[in-house]
Every structure is written in structure tokens, then in C-alpha cells.
Design a protein around this ligand. Structure first.
Ligand code: PMV
Ligand code: MG
Length: 391
């Protein structure tokens, strides 16, 4: 197959977008169910995209072979870069910068490299840009809610660069794959559930792919085009049908947590003896619970959705007890107990250890009373809704 027929399968070619200023808006994400188990290939999770956005503006650089990346995120320094003139190499040469600021921009730089590799593969010249981000994914004091800013900047960079080169992805899977390749090149240990949620939007069912397979492909220098064309083992990205009378409340416990630290700690604990059987049991039960929740969404049955939410909470509690992890902090336990008093079911969302909890109930239930109770107990109810379908 020649390059242009391959490209036309993946992208709509839109020359009118070429080198025009691009604005892109990427939502945040939250886990509903399946966290931790989703780290294993072939395991599922259900997530939502939330209507707090990271926006990016990409415009052509006025200086040849130079550009910049900047943002209003707290503590992020503007990065000025230069491109290698002689070789026209698409790798970026950074102007004297502190190592710190380069590492802050590693997701964006990796996303740029992946898209530019693609542009190179299809024989097009690369351009230089001014790329600016602005974010609602942290509180006004700069504290993170846990909505996933690293995934969001990666996806925003991928989408805005593609558009800048006049390429509109036919399927969100293409955006998912490009962002995931960028993160895998950085040896991310995440499941990419965040990328799944924010590229699809709304309610998402994600089954994680075999990362060892992708790692092996990347080390063999498979082309980006090949990786976009082939099916990735186990990968599934599906829309979960929304349930009209379902109410989702999000409570922030005001203590940010590090997902990377929690996941690293779990892996460290798993190296100890006698951990295989309980971990395997967790994985099996998790898979069954998420599948039952997915079926409950398809059947539009709120009580069954609530039951699985409570079920998954217990699976996480068992996991944390066995591996000595704090997933549900005292503040999150309180969030759950208060929710149950108002006929909502609730649990921690994502890695836990702080951040947000989610509560699910029926729209008829008195959510304002619950919100008031949360507030009285130091849990901030976030005025956030599920973000609409993306693309
Ligand atoms: O804390 P969050 O919302 O980023 O979720 C992390 C979920 C984990 O399964 C623990 C890790 C991952 O990458 O999926
Ligand atoms: Mg988190």
C-alpha cells in the first residue's frame, strides 16, 4: 500500500487548515471503575471525561527554525527551542534551559516528536510553532484535582499539530495511539485510561492493550504509520451509553495525591512473597465487576450500576489492605458514608490517596442535601459535569 492510500484511511486531508492558527480543547478525566486492574493488559475500566478543559493555541512561529512552548500552569517556564538547520532534523535542540523546565515539557516535546515523525514519514516538511496552553485542570491555588494534566497536554499537542499539518483524524483511536506512543517513549508506567477518556469524551469503556507488545514494536523502530494501521492486541475503546436519570457527583478531598508514587509502591509490594494469588483474584473479580457495570449501563439500570460501584470499592479496599496501600483516605471514607446516607453509592476515583471521590445516584435523589453535608465536612463538591463526546 502506498503512503497516500494509507493516509486516506487514517486522516481526512484538509489543506485549508495548513499552517493556520489552531485552537484545541481537551477535557479532564475521572475513573469510575477498573482502576489498578486496568494496568494489566486485557483488563477493562469505565471512565468519564469531565468538562474542565485544557486549551491550546498553536500558531506558526515568526522566526524560522525557532519556536516556543508556554503555559499558564503554575511553575511552568516558557521553553524556547531551535531546530537543527543543516540536517533539517526534526528533533528539537533546546536553547539553554534548566533541566527542570525541559522535563516539565517532556510530554509535549514527545508528542511533537511523534507527530513530526509521522510528517517525516509521509514526506512533508515540518514547520515551527508557538504553542500555548491554558488549563482549568487545577484549582485557583494551583492544586491539582487529579483530572490528568499530563495526558491532556499530550493529547492537546497531538491534536493541534495534526490540524496544523492539515490532518483530521478519522477516528479517535488514531489520536489515542499517537498520544500513547508519545507517553510510551517516555516509559510511562500508566494504563493510558486517561488518554482513552479524554480522546473519546463522555462515558468510556477502555480495555488496556499489551504494553510489552508495543514496547517491542517501538524498539524495532516500526514506523508510526504502521502502528496507526495495525490493531493493538487487546485494545478496546468504546462509548458507554449515557443513562439519562443518572446523577454523578464529584467531591474533592482537597489533598492532591501522586498516582505514580502509589502505583510504584504497589509494584514494590507485589515483589514480596505470597502476593500472586490475591493479586490474581483482584484482577479476575475486577474484570467481572467492570463487565457487569458495562452491562448495567447498556440496560440503563441505575441500581445495578450503583451495586457495581460499591462492589469495586470493596475490591479496592481489599487490595489496599493486602498490599498496605492507602487508596481510600479517611476523607474519602467519609465522602462514601455521607453519600450512602442519601442513597448514593460512592468510591475513590483513580489511584486514590486523596484527590476526588465520585458518587452515583438517581436524579430524583436529594443531591443538594448531600452536597451540603460534604461541604460541612470539608469535602468540596465540584461543579463539574460529564464532558460531551469529543470529535
Ligand atoms: O489517579 P488517577 O485518576 O490518575 O488514576 C490512576 C489509575 C491507576 O489505574 C491506578 C493508574 C493508571 O495509570 O491507570
Ligand atoms: Mg489521582
Amino acid at each position: 500500500m502506498n503512503v497516500s492510500s494509507v493516509m486516506s484511511k487514517l486522516f481526512e486531508i484538509k489543506p485549508e487548515l495548513n499552517f493556520q492558527t489552531q485552537h484545541v480543547k481537551v477535557p479532564g478525566k475521572l475513573y469510575i471503575s477498573g482502576e489498578y486492574a486496568i494496568l494489566e493488559p486485557g483488563h477493562p475500566a469505565i471512565l468519564i471525561a469531565v468538562d474542565q478543559y485544557l486549551t491550546s493555541e498553536l500558531s506558526m512561529s515568526l522566526k524560522p527554525y525557532q519556536g516556543s512552548i508556554s503555559s499558564d500552569l503554575p511553575g511552568m517556564q516558557t521553553l524556547n527551542y531551535r531546530r537543527h538547520r543543516e540536517t533539517e532534523a526534526i528533533k528539537l535542540i533546546l536553547e539553554e534551559q534548566s533541566a527542570g523546565s525541559i522535563s516539565d515539557w517532556r510530554y509535549v516535546l514527545s508528542a511533537i516528536e511523534v507527530v513530526e515523525d509521522l510528517i517525516h514519514e509521509i514526506g512533508r516538511p515540518v514547520q515551527d510553532y508557538r504553542l500555548k496552553f491554558s488549563s482549568e485542570l487545577a484549582s485557583q491555588e494551583g492544586k491539582k484535582y487529579g483530572f490528568g494534566s499530563s495526558g491532556a497536554v499530550t493529547v492537546a499537542a497531538v491534536r493541534s499539530l495534526l490540524q496544523f499539518y492539515g490532518l483530521a483524524a478519522v477516528s479517535p483511536v488514531t489520536i489515542f495511539k499517537l498520544a500513547t506512543i508519545a507517553l510510551m517513549r517516555l516509559e510511562s508506567n500508566g494504563s493510558f485510561g486517561d488518554i482513552a477518556a479524554i480522546t473519546l469524551g463522555d462515558w468510556v469503556y477502555y480495555q488496556s492493550f499489551d504494553r510489552e507488545w508495543l514496547k517491542a514494536r517501538l524498539s524495532k523502530e516500526t514506523t508510526i504509520l504502521d502502528l496507526l494501521l495495525v490493531e493493538w492486541p487487546y485494545l478496546k475503546l468504546e462509548h458507554v451509553p449515557a443513562v439519562e436519570d443518572l446523577s454523578v457527583l464529584i467531591g474533592w478531598t482537597q489533598s492532591p495525591a501522586s498516582t505514580d508514587d502509589l502505583v510504584a509502591y504497589l509494584h514494590q509490594q507485589m515483589d514480596q512473597a505470597n502476593t500472586i494469588a490475591p493479586y490474581k483474584a483482584f484482577l479476575d473479580q475486577s474484570q467481572e465487576s467492570v463487565e457487569r457495570m458495562y452491562q448495567a449501563f447498556k440496560a440503563q439500570e441505575i441500581p445495578a450500576i450503583q451495586e457495581e460501584l460499591a462492589n469495586y470499592r470493596h475490591l479496592l479496599l481489599k487490595l489496599s489492605k493486602h498490599f498496605n496501600l492507602t487508596i481510600e483516605t479517611p476523607a474519602l471514607s467519609q465522602l462514601v458514608n455521607l453519600s450512602q446516607a442519601y442513597q448514593f453509592e460512592a468510591k475513590s476515583s483513580g489511584a486514590g490517596g486523596g484527590d476526588c471521590g465520585i458518587a452515583i445516584g438517581h436524579k430524583n435523589q436529594k443531591s443538594q442535601l448531600l452536597i451540603d453535608q460534604w461541604q460541612e465536612n470539608g469535602i468540596q463538591a465540584l461543579n463539574i459535569s460529564v464532558a460531551p463526546l469529543q470529535m
